[in-house]
Write a protein that binds this ligand. Structure first.
Ligand SMILES: [Zn+2]
Ligand SMILES: [Zn+2]
Length: 317
């Protein structure tokens, strides 16, 4: 066979000798340009069709690398925006390079445009928290919004605390779950019908979190150790370490002895009659505790140590 280009005799590729073929052939498709957008309001960016946050350089690099197409086995390296791809064809080295042009724009990411429009799906109301607790709560809410890629539409100072307007239900839910585990907090949740979307009812959730000083503490009253579990109307609800319930007025606590105990987590290993074998997560010791009366099979429970004995806190009432 003869090369149609230079006339050389030998093996041909689409009518060309290997030299002419290699001169003409493109083995790699490297994008010439790439469109990116940066959010005007936050640190989100869009590469391709997807908005994200994180390491822009790394994401850009992997996006470019992933969009390279090749007909032969290859290796690519990137030096700045210069892409060099190398491979072999019929034992010959093939190298192609391309300078990728970055076309960047400023835009609003989807979250920021929702936020700017005042959009929210849930409200978290925090009341009666001390300054220190408020800081902690604020941190939890912010982290939760961030983790779910969402936002806080606005934070409003109101009598007795703050209202957080949350851009995302799930973020609110996660934050509330975490805040609820803090001592001395009571939570109430309500949903109101907000409207319809695609034929479905849209609800907005409102979480009311109220911190009280007594809740979450341990006391000894009439010689029984109690955990102050919550408030029921005007009374405080006490739970004895053996599962008994009792309701008292705040004034009744004057007769009680405050016991400075901190509940800590324990992992339930197995159940045996009225007892649970648990692992104290603070020191990884295995201990046996009386099963809380209202234990529902949770793997993680809370325990307290009092006068050398370990008690499980009954929290599910
Ligand atoms: Zn040729
Ligand atoms: Zn944004």
């Amino acid at each position: 066979m003869f090369c149609v280009e230079c006339g050389k005799k030998g093996k041909t590729y689409h009518g060309l000798c290997i030299d002419c073929y290699l001169k003409r052939k493109k083995f790699f498709v490297i994008p010439e340009s790439i469109e990116v957008a940066f959010c005007r309001e936050c640190d989100a960016y869009r590469i391709g069709n997807e908005w994200r946050r994180g390491n822009f350089d790394e994401d850009l690099r992997s996006h470019i690398m992933n969009s390279i197409k090749a007909e032969i086995d290859y290796e690519c390296i990137m030096d700045g925006m210069e892409v060099v791809c190398r491979g072999k064809f019929e034992g010959r080295d093939v190298e192609e390079r391309e300078h990728v042009r970055m076309i960047s724009k400023e835009k609003l990411c989807p979250e920021c445009s929702l936020r700017k429009g005042g959009y929210f799906e849930a409200i978290i109301q925090v009341r009666d928290a001390s300054k220190k607790i408020m800081e902690e709560v604020d941190g939890i809410i912010r982290k939760s919004a961030e983790r779910s890629g969402s936002f806080i539409t606005r934070k409003e100072r109101v009598r007795g605390g703050y209202d957080y307007y949350m851009g995302n239900k799930k973020a609110a839910e996660h934050a509330v779950r975490e805040i609820k585990s803090m001592p001395g907090v009571e939570m109430k949740m309500s949903s109101t019908l907000h409207g319809m979307k695609d034929g479905r009812r849209i609800y907005r959730d409102t979480y009311s979190l109220r911190f009280t000083s007594h809740i979450g503490k341990f006391i000894k009253l009439d010689d029984v150790l109690y955990y102050i579990a919550g408030r029921e109307g005007k009374k405080l609800e006490l739970r004895g370490v053996d599962g008994e319930r009792r309701h008292v007025y705040t004034e009744d606590l004057k007769r009680a002895v405050k016991v400075d105990l901190k509940a800590r987590e324990a992992r339930v290993l197995y159940e045996e009659g009225d007892y649970l074998h648990v692992m104290d997560m603070e020191n990884y010791r295995t201990v046996v505790v009386r099963k809380p009366q209202h234990w529902k099979g949770e793997r993680i429970i809370r325990i307290v140590e009092y006068e050398g004995k370990i008690y499980a806190v009954d929290e599910n009432v």
